[in-house]
Design a protein around this ligand. Structure first.
Ligand SMILES: [Zn+2]
Length: 245
């Protein structure tokens, strides 16, 4: 239906998946992990109006790709969507937070300069820092926090800052994830898979059309029928993709 955070280019059989993704999903946002990957993937994935490739630099590889920061910033003017960007403060990556933050600030400043962008953001272990960066660049555009894993207090803060959220099947596998979903505004929620990084219990990646479990949870949380949930999600999608958010 909707996958607003997919790493479709990283599936071993990416090209053969494209027609099915285009057919099964109303919209798929393919986030890239580096500006060079964005340049290559945009060319290869061109031709499907409902599959967009977002320009990004994944915070986990901020140090390895730091030299691509200028390329990243220089491409923002021509990119319709931005992602994956953000910060990772988990034990493995927190030593590079300074480098990560410099990249994020540069991206947000350029997004402001070009009139704002829809951005898919990673915030694991660094929600407050991501929200600080967004608050410092209020005209950067619409922020979609993917796989949000902060505290309830951080969720309230994100909601106050009018952030959006993309929720996937792996996120709702935990009680904490399900609880967070219940605190997200209906009008600010989208679906995602984060595949192939996010996987099913059997280790197979989630495919971009496999978000039905999230819709089922939303029926429960919102006390709505499946059709009503789908129509809410589609109107959210329409709002964010037309730039009206
Ligand atoms: Zn991701």
């Amino acid at each position: 239906m909707i996958d607003f955070h997919s790493h479709l280019d990283l599936y071993p059989n990416a090209l053969s998946l494209l027609p099915r993704v285009a057919q099964e999903n109303r919209f798929t946002l393919v986030v890239s992990t580096s500006p060079k990957a964005w340049q290559a993937t945009s060319k290869v994935f061109a031709g499907y109006a409902n599959i967009k490739v977002a320009l990004g630099l994944h915070p986990e590889i901020a140090v390895a790709k730091a030299a691509e920061k200028h390329l990243l910033v220089s491409l923002i003017a021509q990119a319709e969507y931005i992602g994956e960007i953000g910060l990772d403060g988990s034990p493995r990556f927190k030593s590079s937070l300074t480098v990560q933050r410099a990249i994020l600030d540069a991206v947000l400043a350029e997004c402001e300069r070009v009139g704002g962008r829809v951005m898919s953001l990673h915030s694991r272990g660094a929600v407050d820092q991501v929200l600080d960066a967004l608050a410092a660049h209020p005209m950067a555009g619409t922020a979609v926090l993917h796989w949000f894993s902060g505290t309830n207090r951080q969720l309230s803060r994100a909601v106050e800052q009018d952030a959006w959220f993309s929720v996937g099947p792996s996120m709702i596998a935990s009680e904490k994830g399900r609880q967070l979903v219940a605190g997200m505004p209906k009008s600010r929620l989208l679906l995602e898979t984060d595949g192939p990084f996010a996987t099913k219990p059997n280790g197979e990646p989630w495919f971009p059309w496999e978000t039905a479990s999230v819709t089922t949870l939303l029926c429960d949380v919102w006390k709505l029928q499946r059709e009503e949930v789908c129509s809410q999600l589609l109107s959210n999608l329409e709002l964010i993709t037309r730039g009206g958010a």
